[in-house]
Design a protein around this ligand. Structure first.
Ligand code: AOF
Ligand code: ZN
Length: 378
């Protein structure tokens, strides 16, 4: 299974919105075939492993990081469970269940009914990470949301005058661009888009087209910005509440997608924005600011983790330029409960980054309410 996980990780950042999947076929203690899902729409891990094994697949055990898929109407590729059966695979050991409502247990039932032994496998936490964003989106029916921020040890993202270049180090900023690869899309607010004129592309670039999203309630996005000018090469979605019709036409003429949604106190409603993105098949987001946008996601409890790059600096001084904005809670027990995801320093492994002395990546996950946890299907 560890070998299957390593296979899956070879496509890190490229399979979105599909999960990372790896498969290893073993017969008589010998690996006879292996493969990984390389990108959405391309063959599944099992199909490639079976192809590599040829006739040697007969009587083998398949180690797959994800439950093999079953036939359904919306598939782009042939289903894996019938293929494993046809190839004569005797046993399937899988890592995590597929919470895609179109799959959910159907592949396992098919395998069992054909007399294949099915075992829910080892290394579960590692395998789960490969599928975390995908399965979370399937379960909650909205994209997995990661908030990303960089701040000083005392939680500042800028000086009182608004100067923020650079709180985080060069290494940290490069790492943040690499993290973008793991998400279907990146999100910023219009203030950040205007002030920084960012490109919001992952580094290294992904082979798949990379989607950028701006929450732009009044449709103020400048037509001459870097984001708009690159919209034909890399999709740009503007989510607005209202905006001049002429401006919308100008933006659309540049290849920009404009999606009007419901507003909330003059801003884009976060639930409405997530619904619109989910409907377009976007299953994971990294939100990069600014602080008011962060505050909106936190206020609505519509996020799953926060990734904090802590700069080894203490800025100090009075003021309220804290990283997460929004309303001020009156009491401490109004705070959102968080838990450190892993005690050991495994974040670099998780995200496939090289360890470095000034690279400290800490991941805190939201403590899901009991009702959300028991809602898990399957
Ligand atoms: C597997 N093996 O390698 C992957 C699976 O559109 P399709 O045909 O590519 O199907 C996509 C769905 O298949 C995806 O949403 C997820 O449920 C599952 N992914 N399953 O057995 C794989 N990538
Ligand atoms: Zn499949």
């Amino acid at each position: 299974m560890r070998r299957a996980i390593r296979q899956a990780e070879r496509a890190l950042g490229e399979t979105n919105p599909n999960p990372l999947v790896g498969c290893v076929l073993v017969r008589n203690g010998v690996v006879v075939g292996e493969g990984f899902h390389a990108r959405a729409g391309s063959p599944h891990a099992e199909a490639l492993a079976l192809e590599a094994a040829g006739r040697k697949a007969r009587g083998s055990t398949a180690y797959v990081t994800l439950e093999p898929c079953a036939p359904n109407a919306r598939k782009r590729t042939p289903p894996c469970a019938p293929r494993l059966i046809a190839a004569g695979v005797r046993r399937v050991v899988f890592g995590v269940r597929d919470l895609n409502p179109l799959v959910q247990g159907a592949g396992l039932r098919l395998l069992r009914s054909a007399g294949v032994r099915v075992v829910e496998g080892p290394c579960l936490p590692e395998a789960r990470r490969l599928t975390q964003h995908f399965n979370s989106a399937m379960r909650l029916r909205r994209p997995f949301v990661s908030l990303k921020t960089g701040m000083t040890l005392d939680g500042r993202i800028a000086t009182v005058s608004g100067d923020s270049r650079w709180i985080t180090s060069k290494t940290q900023r490069a790492a943040a661009r690499t993290l973008r690869r793991l998400f279907d899309a990146i999100v910023v607010g219009i203030e950040t888009a205007i002030k920084d004129d960012p490109g919001l592309m992952p580094e290294p670039r992904t082979l798949r087209p990379y989607t950028r999203v701006v929450l732009d309630s009044g449709l103020r996005m400048p037509v001459r910005s870097r984001l708009v000018r690159s919209a034909r090469r890399s999709p740009l979605i503007l989510i607005c509440v209202r905006g001049p019709a002429g401006r919308r036409l100008d933006l659309e003429a540049q290849g920009v997608t404009v999606i009007p949604v419901r507003g909330k106190q003059g801003r884009v409603s976060i639930p409405a924005a997530l619904r619109a993105l989910f409907a377009r098949g976007i299953l994971s987001l990294m939100v990069e600011g600014g602080s008011e946008v962060m505050g909106s996601f936190v206020r609505d409890r519509l996020f799953d983790e926060i990734v904090i790059f802590r700069a080894p600096l203490i800025l100090g001084g009075r003021g309220s330029r804290a990283a997460v904005g929004g309303d001020n809670p009156v009491r401490v027990n109004e705070a959102v409960a968080m838990t450190r995801a892993r005690r050991e320093d495994s974040a670099t492994v998780r995200y496939g980054l090289k360890a470095s002395a000034d690279l400290e990546v800490e991941v805190y996950e939201r403590v899901q309410s009991r009702s959300a946890r028991t809602r898990q299907p399957g």
